[in-house]
Design a protein around this ligand. Sequence first.
Ligand code: SF4
Ligand code: SF4
Length: 278
Amino acid sequence: MRIGVSGGKGGTGKSTVATALAVELSKKNKVLLIDADADCPNDHLILSIKRKKAKDVFQLIPKWNLKKCIKCGKCSFVCKQHAIVFIKDKYPIFIPEQCNGCKACIFACPERAIKKGKKKIGSIYYGKKGNISFVSGELEPNQPVSEFVVNAVNDFVKSKQNKYDFVLVDTSAGTHCDVISALKECDFAFAVTEPTPLGKHDLELILNLLKILKIPCFIILNKADIGDKSLIKKTAEKFKTKIIAEIPYKKSILEAYSKGIPIRDKNIAKIADYIKKL
Ligand code: SF4
Ligand code: SF4
């Protein structure tokens, strides 16, 4: 069973919940925890897992044969990423950091002066702690396509994930392509939120995305005793889903977070029991 732990807004406690759930579920089951927040993976820090590199992740980039180039500028014209600068009568100038590997320039070149090259955009790491196996993807700084790293992580775990009772996927915040890549094979997902107007707004974004992806979902309300819970209750009603747990904003949780250790809370055990019954 593959379970997404997501939430439109950053800072709601996705990683805190995902790592705590991994610890709880691993007491009696084999768990694979995937940190799919490729821009800023940190689950290994919370779980004190020393990661080892499994492989590098590469992306296609164009490679020019300037002997064939007639300086027509078509490659620059089709590049929506503004990765190719063209000045009349000069060879095109390539900015690799901007390139997302769409290949449009390769197809557009009338002289076949552009071939496929590659650049490293990230790495995949693995680790283990007790019954928790761990995989994370990490994007190199200044690279535009974290979803490529998340897709590579999906490929990396594809042949392995059936060995586990539960696969937990901790996504990044937002509703961009990397979140879609992380969620797309999930059987269901949790949307972690907080009782604030911003929490409600971003929760609706992720619930809309999950609806489009046809992934059943449940809400985990974090920091439940501060703010206005009715905001989230109304959203739950609107999306015909339910709040399955309310985690309070309490000192022991903040202390665990500040020390970088998984939280222990009866609500996490409640969510784990809920998962086991699904
Ligand atoms: S592969 Fe796409 S993004 Fe990269 S330089 Fe060519 S057109 Fe631009
Ligand atoms: S499209 Fe091809 S020929 Fe034209 S400027 Fe680009 S590389 Fe040169």
